[in-house]
Write a protein that binds this ligand. Structure first.
Ligand code: 48F
Length: 259
């Protein structure tokens, strides 16, 4: 008779590798489980696309958990609060323009919503490179984040995709690979990365959405990564622009994948 330990280990190994195998090729790979990536993931999964998020940290959620300066409340505009209500996240009206949200409920709710819609989340996995074939981004190169952090000389594996979202936030890590490693010219005023400007909440919130677009065949940016690329201002603990950016990039990708 099998001992319990063998059953438990077997269940985890079989189920995990089945999940990985089912996602070796996806419609949309999203790098980073921050707020923009999670909204995009839910919208695209609800639209019927096969979506996988690769998040380097153990806990997805990106910059949502800590509120402002570890005070765990964030602020959203009225129209963005409506997106959170779709996730069943509670918002509390503050004045005629803004709502506050418990940042822990928001992080947990966004993750749960994306997952329940059908997006698969691989955590503790770092996207360390991209695949570009014949002028089109077509994959993410992944490795266990602890392997990368320990600088172990271990080759990665590749997940192929039809569309790739850089949702890595301020560093726009994936677009950096495209520009500096692959040497491609992206859809920005210089063809490269302009870099984020300092704090200006109102402008940053607006431009985060405006700057959300396809940057190169197969390559898209959402959230702070999109704003960093186009030289937008940062905005701190107000999150409406991130949700709207996630929604916008999902719509752009759905249109491109249909074409
Ligand atoms: O930064 P982040 O929360 O992304 P976002 O959707 O939202 C930005 C806001 O949180 C905040 C802000 C709002 O006013 O300014 O910064 O643009 O989340 C990015 C996620 O990407 C992960 C990282 O751990 C974080 O959870 N990430 C970054 N690089 C990689 C990665 C990588 N190479 N591979 C996998 N995950």
């Amino acid at each position: 008779m099998k001992v319990m330990e063998e059953t438990i280990s077997g269940a985890i190994v079989r189920r995990f590798f089945n999940k990985l195998e089912q996602n070796l090729s996806v419609d949309v790979a999203i790098v980073g489980g921050g707020p923009s990536g999670l909204v995009a993931a839910r919208d695209l999964a609800l639209a019927g696309y096969k979506v996988a998020i690769f998040e380097s940290k153990l806990a997805p959620g990106g910059g949502t958990w800590g509120g402002g300066m570890l005070m765990n409340e964030v602020v959203v505009q009225n129209d963005a609060a409506e997106i959170l209500h779709e996730f069943n996240i509670t918002t509390v009206p503050f004045d005629e323009h803004y709502h506050t949200v418990d940042s822990v409920e928001m992080a947990a709710g966004l993750i749960f919503g994306a997952r329940k819609a059908g997006a698969v989340i691989f955590n503790a996995i770092k996207v360390e490179d991209i695949a570009i074939h014949e002028g089109r981004v077509c994959g993410v190169v992944i490795n266990w984040n602890p392997v990368v952090r320990l600088d172990m000389h271990v080759d990665p594996i590749v997940i192929t995709c039809r569309a790739l979202i850089d949702g890595t936030g301020h560093p726009s890590e994936i677009i950096n690979k495209a520009v500096h490693k692959a040497g491609v010219s992206i859809d920005s005023p210089t063809g490269g990365i302009l870099g984020e400007k300092p704090m200006w909440m109102e402008d940053g919130e607006r431009t985060t959405v405006e700057n959300t677009k396809r940057l190169y065949p197969g390559l898209y940016a959402s959230g702070m990564a999109a704003n960093n690329v186009q030289g937008g201002f940062r905005m701190g603990p107000i999150f409406g622009g991130m949700f709207k950016s996630g929604r916008k990039i999902a719509q752009i990708i759905a249109k491109d994948l249909e074409a």
